[in-house]
Design a protein. Sequence first.
Lengths: 764, 526
Amino acid sequence: MPDTSERDDDLGAGRIAERLAGRHLLLTGVTGFVGEALLELLLSETPATTLTLLVRPRGSTSGADRVRALLGKPIFARAVDDAGGIDAVLAARVRVLEGDLGAVPALPAGLDAVVHCAGDVSFDPPVDEGFRTNVLGTRGLLERITEVGPHVHYVHVSTAYVAGRRRGAIPEGPVEHTVDVDAETEWGMAQRRVVEHASRSADVLTKLRSKAERQHGRAGLLTAAAAAEADRRAWVDRELVRVGTERARSLGWTDCYTFTKALGERVVEERARTAPTTIVRPSIIESALRRPHPGWIEGFKMAEPLILAYGRGELPEFPAAGDTIVDIVPVDHVVAAIAAVLASPPQAGAAAYFHVVSGARNPLTFRQLYGAVRAYFDEHPFTHGDRGAARLPEWRFPGAQSVERLLATSERAHKLADYVVGHAPRGDRTRAIARNLDRQGRRLEFLRRYLDLYREYAEAELRFDDAHTRGLLAALHPDDGAAFGFDIDEVDWDHYLREVHCPAVTAPIRALDDVRRSRPPSATPVLRPVRTREEPTAAFFDMDGTLLSSNVIETYLWMRLHDLSPAERVGELGRIAARLPGLVRAERRERSAFLRSIYREYTGARLSDLDTVVDEVLTDLVLSRLAPGAVRRIREHRAAGHTTVLITGAIRPLTRPIAPLFDHIEAADLAADARGICTGFLASSPLVGESRAAWMRHWAAEEGFDLARSYGYADSHSDLPLLSAVGQPVAVSPDVFLARHARRQHWTIVDWASPDTAPRGIPR
Amino acid sequence: MSRPGFVLEVDDRTPPLVVHEGLGFRLEDFPPGTRVIYPPESLPAIDDVDAAIREALLNPVDADPLPTKLFAGMRLTIAFDDISLPLPPMRAPDIRQRIIEAVLTMAADAGVDDVKIIAANALHRRMTPAELKQIVGERVFRSFHPQGDLYNHDAEDRDDLLHIGMTDKGEDVEINRRAAESDLLVYVNVNLVAMDGGHKSVPIGLASYKSLRQHHNPATMVASHSFMDHTKSHLHHSAWRMGRLLKDHLDIFQIETTLNNDVFGAPYDFLLKREWEWSVRDQASMLAVRRGLGAAPRRLRHKLFHDLRSPYGLTGINAGDTEAVHERTIAMVHRQQLTEVQGQTDVLVMGVPYLGPYNVNSSMNPILATCMGLGYYFNSYRGQPVVRRGGAVILYHPLDEGFNQLHHPSYVDFYEEILAESTDPAVIAEKYEQQFATDPWYVHLYRTSHAYHGVHPFYMWYWAAHAMDHVEEVIWVGADRRVAQRLGFRAASTLSDALEMASGAVGTSPTISYLHNPPHLIADVR
């Protein structure tokens, strides 16, 4: 129980509500976690206070509408009902000031105090955004406050971690540093231009382009170019984060967030010389202990992703020492402290600092946190899926080094496995492995991101002094204890984590899991029956790999081997086998070059002979390899009145057996001389990759088909343009790359297997 | 002298018995009291086959000797049973080769030069040149095939079909035009089972779909009790009416042959013997074969089995008037295959082997396996079915061979699309038969590739209609459960499980009969 005499000295007599009665406060960031909690507290507990909310319009939603939506949330229900509805609240005591921190509008006259809760909550913002919100935004707001007058009490919500990489006891005072705020800000704001510029340099582009071409060359150069450009944008984003983090660390901060927050405080401190100013520094803000209700939390804060990942069994270890203190504070404590600060403005001259933290008096170690979270999940495991409760990893806190090693090894292994799977023969198994790998890759990416982000915090041996905050607490009127209490000693961490916080953060996931459970398990859409349409509709089919299990090398061998003696067959097979590695490389690089090189082998063959060989020998082979599902689908299209089109890089004679299924066949034509002897060249460029899409567009326009209504069926990465060109793409027994792409795009994936009774050899 | 067929009653001294199941066989312990029906042992073969052929051609039954029918300038057509007979295929030389050669010799002597040789494959797949050669022999093949004088009947070639007329029951009779317009049609048959031959040869083997659908339909099939007994088969009644109509328009010289039961040569000949009589050598062969099959991948097992050629012996050959000839043929078939059985039982057990008429050089897909078990084997009776009405049939086959896309393309679609919707033959026939029969893609494949006609899977299903109608429960032992379910049946892992499952229909201590087949067998149920 605080001592009354102290209260009399500091806060004077009276409760916070009374002291704030008749005051006019401006809040920023009310759509954020802390701002929302603060608004709720003030609306409910300080009925005679007028509030102006600075809210940025978002999209077509005005600031006022955003506030209406905000007040419609359940936590405001009591305050709103008491006042007689949202309109009544808005009419009586809440004004909305629409504006952005980038260009702060003029503030209403008669303001008594401003609480600035807005800020970038991300730890790794692009460097320019960090400066824009945390330094320039604060400066712009302060300029507008100065216009109103020097009496306005400015409350700046910062973070305890502005201490950066300092160690040991951190006093409630200015962060000591000599960084030139203006110079850094100018540098930071210039970085986007600089990095954008650098991203267009030949060095960077060459690297991005050659990577994209390696990956997407088979699909075509335009596809590769699009990928390279997307990669460049991603590179810019990464680079902006990286330069910010590097600069921050070179000056002794953990990351761009704490760095710019610290510089923001300098801006605030300048103002403090002439006007009453308070800086509130909470540590890690988590769900509410009591207000508006236990466990209330908006969005995911710092620890939640880790807690959830642990509960799913996906966080094998953590790079902290078990006895390191993790400084968590419930959000209701933070906003109650801000309310208390508002009720007792300091004198102008120097800023007042308040650490709203737990480490000083009621420390929570990582080991305790781990124990409580584990105990929670032991009692209430995630049971999504059909495998029962997830296995919870045992943390031994082996230290950051070995966690890093573990992660790095896993990443290398994943990369290797990914390479292998990308080069493995396709099939159901390969696709299943690839799917698994992708899941693991996402987990690894998650781990990498969070461990990198939090390692600094996890290793931070910081002890924040909170004498000022204790003083503030001690000065509370005894009757304010219930509504405005923020005594960190009262938090029983075990109870808070197991009964309040964890249930709150896992609730939305459990709800989502329930929804997922009630849906059918299939993630990829199944092949739906084709629709009969009035409008002309086309269905485009790739041949090799889609309709039948074969490839151009194999079909060449069929053609070639049928009339050779056994000895000659061996010789021919050996010759082709020796060429195989080169052919496979060519195939991965560029399909048209590969096709050309295979078709050179037809030099000297008589075109009419090829037709005869196909009719007499290969028809059976082709038909017996035809996937029944594929044939059914083609016939289904025909029955629906669609036009069926075969697009293939195979030579035309090979399409003869299935020609009756198609209305149009676009195949490779071997060039022949006057005597009908193949020259080994093609009559025109082979239709592969993007040229397929180009041909389809041209053909569709000429024949009056709408590609958006049309269907496409293909099996490999190089067919991406074909599939992307139509409105109804279907990936057929896709290779790993196409399978990944199809899953991302929610394309239908089907498996049309050739029957395993099909002969493998050359019929005799 | 070979021993007649007999019925064994299983007791505690009975060894495990051979049960065929697809590409393999198992040794099954049957419950005591089970009746095991064995066919008669193989009849002695005719030693001088060529002399017997000559004798038959020169002294035909109710007809003039063949040479008197041959004259220069005539149109002679020789039709023969296709690859679906005999099963397994016969070791070279095939009996059809010998007969065709003899007929051709007589024709040459008479100065006949317009000769066509046509495989009577009806809606079956076209045979490959190699398969034709295997039946007619190298010499005939070389002389006729390159010129296009040896070919498969095409039931979809409108130009080569002739509508002969209607029977008194209004059935269309339409057959191969060349055969119909010949001065003489010689038909060379292999009468493997009682269903074959007689008027089933020409009116069915050379018919078009229009003519076939008159009797190949569920109503006829359900009423054929059984189609292994032409006197009681509605299917055969229809064929007989057609044959009699044809006889008025066309001179048919029917040559029918019967074979003995030597279906397995060494080292598989133990499969023909009664298990308790196996010698040490038989036991050793059996073990070696089982081990070998157990270790072999399916592709290899398939090859091992499908490469088997049977050392059949000829037991009879008759030529002349179709009906008179067929009477003698049937008598011989019965001598070889008929085993007398006293009364029906609750449960009928049958092993479906690797081969049926429609998967020579191909795979025994689930529909063919059904047809083999419920169509052919179930109907291998005379008098009444071995199993009582409302009883249960237990079949052995893994149903895991999949479909041959080259030979059975319409089967795949029948399985995937139609059986998924209904397994009732009448419903299927009503709703889908026309669509499959006239589908241009199936027709294209039938005519140009080696595919069975689009309607063929329907016929397979109709063959089984009588059995499906007759019994309450069909259970497949050792079968793929999903496949059995798609077919409308159930699967069990063992015989005891199957009996347990059947107990709802037949009680917990049913009477059981096991049809020990192959070799071919007809149960004469009294």
